[in-house]
Every structure is written in C-alpha cells, then in structure tokens.
Write a protein that binds this ligand. Structure first.
Ligand SMILES: Cc1cc2nc3c(=O)[nH]c(=O)nc-3n(C[C@H](O)[C@H](O)[C@H](O)COP(=O)(O)O)c2cc1C
Length: 432
C-alpha cells in the first residue's frame, strides 16, 4: 500500500512571517537547544517521517523588522540526533558555497551518528546577500548555479560511494583496519569542482543520505529528475500540482529511474482549529501581527520589482511580474503571480498570502478538513506526501499532532508510529 509521507518543515519560529511576534512565542528561543529539542521530540511523537530545516546563508533584507537569523542546520541536527531516535533529520546546504568534500563528510557523519536518518536539502542559493557573504558581488546566473549544483552533487555521491559498506574490517588481532581494495580515490574533475578522495568517513548507514531538492524552474526540475529522492514544491492548486506530479514522474522515467524513486512533496500550511471559525480566527490573528513594510520589501525581492510606491489596494496590473525575467527564484514567482491572478487579489491581499502561506497550499479548517485536503491530493496523484509548514512553533505542530494526525491514521493513510527503519527505508527508496 502507498504510504503518505509527512515532513515537519521548520523555518525559524514557524512558517508565518509574524510567528516571532505572536504572544505565545519566545523570539529568543531560536538560539536555544531546548527550543529545537522540543520541536524534534514533538514531531517524532506525532509520527512525522522527518524534520526538515530550511536555511539561508545571510541575514536577510528587512532583518530589523523580521526574524531572519538562523543557526547552522548541521549543528542543530547533530544535537537533535542525540535527543531523538527515529525521526529523519534533513538539513539544507548550498551547492554554491560549500565544497563537495565538506558536504559529503558532514552528511555522512550526521547519517552515522543518527543511525541512518540524515537527508540533504540541496539548494543552489538565490539571494545576492548570500553571494556578498562569500566574497562575490552577485549570485551566478540561474543556469550556471544549476550546472555547478550538478557537478557538486556528482562529486558528493562519488565520495559517499568511495567506501564499500564492508570496507572497515577493524580486525584488532591482525592489525588490518580497512580493506584497501574497498576504499577508492574518486579523482573527480568537473567543470566547477575537483576532489581526489576517498572520503575520510566510512560509508553512511543509508549508503547515500536522502536527497531533497526545492527548485521548480525547468533547470530545477531537470536537476531533481536526475538526483533527488524528494521534491519539495510550492503548489497552491490541485490541478497544477497534478500536472507537476505527472511531469516529474515522466522526467524521472526519462532519466532511467522508477517513478516511485522520486517522491513529490508539496508544502502545506495547515491552520487548524476545533471549528472552521476558530481556524479562520487563528489565521486572522496571526495576520494582524504581520509588518506590511517588511512584506512589501520581501515581495519586491521575490519579484525583482521595486514595489515601494505601489498602491496596496488596487487590483494588480496585468504585467505584474514576469517569471522568466527573474533570476532569483522562478518557481516562487510563478506561484505567487498565479495565486494573485486566480483569486483577483490586491497587493495588500497578496502580501497577507505571502505572510501566511509563502505561496504554498494554505489549508484552514478543522482536523478533518485538513485531512480531506491531504487525502484528496494524495489519492488524486498530486502528491506522495507533504512538507508540513506549521505557522507558529511549537504550538501549531502540537495542534497538527492532536487534530490532523489521528484523522490521517484513521483513514489508513499512515501508521500511528514511526518504524525504526532508516529514513531511506521508510521512504521505500531502496535503490542504492
Ligand atoms: C519550497 C521551497 C523551499 C526552499 N527552501 C530553500 C531554503 O531553505 N534555502 C535556500 O537557500 N533556498 C531555498 N529554496 C530555493 C531553491 O533551492 C532554489 O535555489 C530557488 O528556488 C531557485 O530555483 P528555481 O528557480 O529552480 O525555483 C526553496 C525553494 C522552494 C521552492
């Protein structure tokens, strides 16, 4: 039977732009281990397959009015490996700024200390502020970033494969530590990176940690079809999601892979309440804490258009934004523009959609309502699972556990408990 996969995606104090301002939040908690351990234990207790940490390598524009500081995901996930035992630990790392040797070594290490629970969310990075932090004037253009990502991921895979699983003999009696025939140099010489290898970490328990990918432009889809196990995608309508799903499965097959080896997981933002009215009030309450100046700056940056003088309450003009001209994040632009057109939004309304939903599927209602949406998308061939992006941590994660998870189990879409398999086995991605 097909099993619905669910990851708990954590950005800062929650996916809502104003999460840090809610009275229930402690904005300073983000730099404490207690905060992260609490989330990880809550997600594990709820039965989430994996914790998924996003990351950006810069303090972002508008940081004065918005929480955008972020600690290193490797450090957080390493600590969380010690306080959890079954949940997957997926962390974001950039192919533009990290060397493949570092990437291969860190994820292999995380995989060992977590007994096969590590995953890498591969990003190319898209923000010029990140480029500035690494000595560049701007990000390389989109096509080049993906070409480099391809090269880096090839090298990382080779480094993981540079050890056979049984290379470590560790025979104390004879004094043979490893079998030299089973540990090889990789001699990777690519257009962007080189690495001789072998890796100095034995083959990870999963063979290769899970690979997730989140860009949905043409280059991003092509990349995902070749390398990813999980695609994290922004979809806000079931028809578009079905088309994306079908296209990605076809691309996987063209790349010589079975369709199930590529799991499509759109983001979903659940706003759950005991009643629909309670859920709607919760959303309105969260939105009332959003800072409009910050949202306008963020939208300007997503769209690559200066919106500072724009009228917030007029309908958006026809040529509001052209995704193909955007170098930063084509998929996000496409989704935001299509939501605005579909729902006839003003700029102010679009800003609130950005604050609460970031362009993802926003599901507001009772546990049963949200389980209905999840089930419909799963069974209609629009998703293999969801990246669940709760609004304010840890309260909304606990609410999802309490109100949505039991419904999903009752409908036999998932089991109540996590198996103790590796993350790759739980995802039934056993082709390595
Ligand atoms: C759902 C989603 C989540 C993302 N999360 C991150 C992230 O945490 N860090 C990051 O640097 N980029 C993130 N990205 C950006 C992508 O990795 C990619 O660099 C960007 O979307 C440009 O690629 P595209 O034009 O193919 O979409 C995310 C993108 C999407 C669609």
């Amino acid at each position: 039977m097909r099993r619905l996969h669910l990851n708990a995606v954590i950005y800062g104090l929650g996916s809502h732009e104003a999460a840090w301002r809610l009275p229930e939040s402690d904005p300073r908690a983000i730099t404490t281990l207690a905060y992260w351990a609490d989330i990880a234990r809550t997600a594990e207790a709820g039965g989430f397959d994996a914790l998924f940490l996003g990351d950006v390598l810069a303090l972002q524009e508008g940081a004065a009015r918005h929480l955008s500081d972020a600690m290193d995901p490797f450090i957080i996930l390493s600590a969380l490996a010690a306080v959890t035992s079954r949940i997957g630990l997926i962390g974001t790392a950039s192919t533009s700024f990290d060397h493949p040797f570092h990437l291969a070594r860190r994820f292999a290490s995380l995989d060992h200390i977590s007994n096969g629970r590590a995953g890498w969310n591969i990003v190319t990075s898209s923000n010029a502020l990140e480029a500035h932090n690494f000595g560049l004037d701007d990000m390389p253009e989109h096509t080049e970033r993906y070409a480099r990502a391809d090269d880096v991921v090839e090298a990382v895979k080779k480094l993981w494969d540079s050890w056979d699983a049984d290379a470590r003999i560790a025979d104390q009696a004879s004094g043979h530590y490893l079998d030299p025939a089973k540990v090889r140099a990789i001699d990777h010489v690519g257009p962007y990176v080189r690495s001789k290898g072998p890796l100095n970490v034995p083959r990870p328990p999963q063979g290769r940690p899970i690979l997730a990918q989140a860009g949905s432009s043409a280059a991003g889809r092509d990349f995902a079809a070749r390398h990813a196990d999980i695609v994290f995608t922004v979809q806000s309508s079931i028809d578009e999601a079905k088309a994306f799903y079908a296209e990605m499965k076809t691309r996987a097959v063209s790349a010589g892979r079975p369709p199930d080896s590529l799991q499509i997981m759109p983001g979903i933002i659940p706003v759950v309440g005991e009643t629909r009215g309670a859920a709607e009030r919760r959303l309105a309450d969260m939105n009332s804490f959003a800072v409009p100046e910050h949202l306008l700056a963020k939208m300007s940056s997503f769209l690559g258009v200066d919106l500072s003088g724009a009228d917030l309450d007029s309908p958006l003009p026809e040529d509001f934004a052209r995704a193909d001209a955007n170098q930063s994040s084509q998929s996000r632009v496409t989704v935001l523009v299509s939501i605005a057109k579909r729902d006839g939004l003003t700029l102010r309304q679009l800003l609130l959609r950005l604050a609460s939903g970031r362009g993802h599927l926003l599901a507001v209602g009772t546990g049963g309502d949200i389980a209905d949406v999840v089930q419909e998308w799963f069974q209609a061939g629009a998703a293999d699972g969801f990246n669940v992006m709760c609004s304010v941590m840890p309260g909304d994660l606990q609410a999802f556990n309490d109100m949505v998870m039991p419904d999903l189990v009752k409908r036999q879409l998932r089991q109540a408990d996590l198996s103790s398999d590796t993350l790759r086995q739980r995802y039934r991605l056993t082709g390595i």
